[in-house]
Write a protein that binds this ligand. Structure first.
Ligand SMILES: *Cc1c(COP(=O)(O)O)cnc(C)c1O
Length: 391
């Protein structure tokens, strides 16, 4: 199916039919599968015959989601997980061993920092955190035992953009792999594997579902790299449920349309925020004022749906803007049809020390908005209330 366009693949790839030949994708709500005879059971277990065995590691609804997402990322293989964090854990457990080392961007999802630093550290896998925007820091941090480089682009919440091709070259020159958490862009806007990355990771909870309904995750890449990741899933069991896979499969059908709309709305809101006197700075890759605007536009189709901005007056002023909202939801989730507003310093990034936040640029006046699909004018009215109090 790979000769078809992405819009076609999003609605047609990875559709399996049951014996009833239904038009929509079948939902297989079963924990295990029945074999025709003992020989078939043996063939399935040995791998001589492909087909589902037990839902911890094989379910047709999950396989459909994996196939469709792989088609959109241009990946040989996709393995689905219960959540984005399970996908990240499985990547490390599948590809690394004690004594090895990770080089990761400093600006990655808070739970990923905790996982790398505090949990993996207990098992002898160490991590060095470096700047998302300075490839030279990556080059200097790589050691002979470095197996994995890990980045998110654009980052959360400051939308820093990393040069994926440059980081892939740096990793490969030293025998390491580059994994990209592609949560913010999705394959509709950015395909890291085509830019040289080895692994793509998703929190499907966000834009892939796109409607705030389910948790899910995925790891994509070459077949040989994914084998260990799949073995971890099969053995340890952080599997995606069939129902969640079915929801996500339908989410992928509207992904490109939604990402286009999120981006258009976010660009309009970011431009408007730049004009507000109470706003001291706006972070959005689609704005020409963004420090990596040119790189972002070369690497991504559009700026995506996440906008961050700083208000004068620190935490008190930021909380006032948030508390004056009647429409935007105060929640840390993102990638929903509904716009959400967050104060990173006291929520998503509160487990960092004040010093770590300062280094990462997460100020007390910083607000993040994940722009949804509402009319931009209504979002502006909602934000103007709190911004005018400040001023
Ligand atoms: C939410 C998120 C994750 C974790 O995903 P879950 O599905 O919540 O486990 C990982 N990376 C990024 C960038 C995220 O936004």
């Amino acid at each position: 199916m790979s000769e078809l366009h992405a819009d076609t693949l999003a609605v047609r790839a990875g559709t399996w039919r049951s014996a009833l030949n239904e038009h929509s994708e079948a939902l297989f709500l079963t924990s295990s599968f029945v074999f025709r005879n003992a020989a078939q059971a043996a063939a399935r277990f040995s791998g001589a015959e492909s087909g589902p065995i037990y839902a911890r590691f094989s379910n047709p609804s999950v396989s459909m989601f994996e196939e469709r997402l792989a088609a959109l990322e241009g990946a040989e293989r996709c393995v689905a997980f219960a959540s984005g964090m399970a996908a990240i854990l499985a990547t490390v457990m599948g590809l690394m061993r004690a004594g090895e080392h990770i080089v990761a961007s400093r600006s990655i999802f808070g739970s990923t920092v905790q996982l790398f630093q505090n949990i993996l550290g207990r098992f002898g896998v160490t991590t060095t955190f470096v700047s998302p925007t300075d490839p030279e820091e990556w080059r200097a941090a790589l050691r002979p035992e470095t197996r994995l480089c890990f980045v998110e682009s654009p980052s959360n919440p400051l939308t820093e953009v990393s040069d994926i091709r440059a980081l892939a070259d740096i990793a490969h020159a030293r025998g390491a792999w580059l994994a990209v958490d592609n949560c913010f862009c999705t394959p509709a806007l950015q395909q890291p594997l085509q830019l040289g990355a080895d692994i793509v990771i998703h929190s499907a909870t966000k834009y892939l579902d796109g409607q705030g309904r389910v948790l899910g995750g995925a790891v994509l890449g070459r077949k040989d790299l994914l084998e260990g990741v799949f073995t971890f899933l099969r053995t340890a069991g952080p599997c995606l449920s069939a129902f969640n896979a079915w929801v996500l499969l339908k989410g992928l059908e509207t992904l490109a349309l939604r990402m286009r709309a999120h981006s258009t709305h976010a660009l309009a809101l970011a431009g408007w925020l730049e004009e507000q006197p109470a706003v001291t700075r706006v972070f959005y890759p689609g704005l020409s004022s963004h420090p990596q605007h040119a790189l972002a536009m070369a690497q991504q189709k559009t700026g995506g749906g996440i906008v961050a901005f700083e208000v004068a007056g620190g935490r008190e002023a930021a909380w006032r803007v948030i508390d004056a909202c009647r429409l935007l939801s105060i929640t840390a989730n993102l990638g929903d049809t509904r716009s959400t507003i967050t104060h990173p310093a006291s929520t998503t990034h509160s487990r960092m020390t004040a010093e770590q936040r300062a280094i990462a640029g997460i100020s007390d006046g910083l607000i993040r908005i994940a722009v949804g699909l509402e009319a931009v004018e209504d979002l502006q009215t909602d934000l103007a209330r709190g911004l005018s109090i400040n001023w």
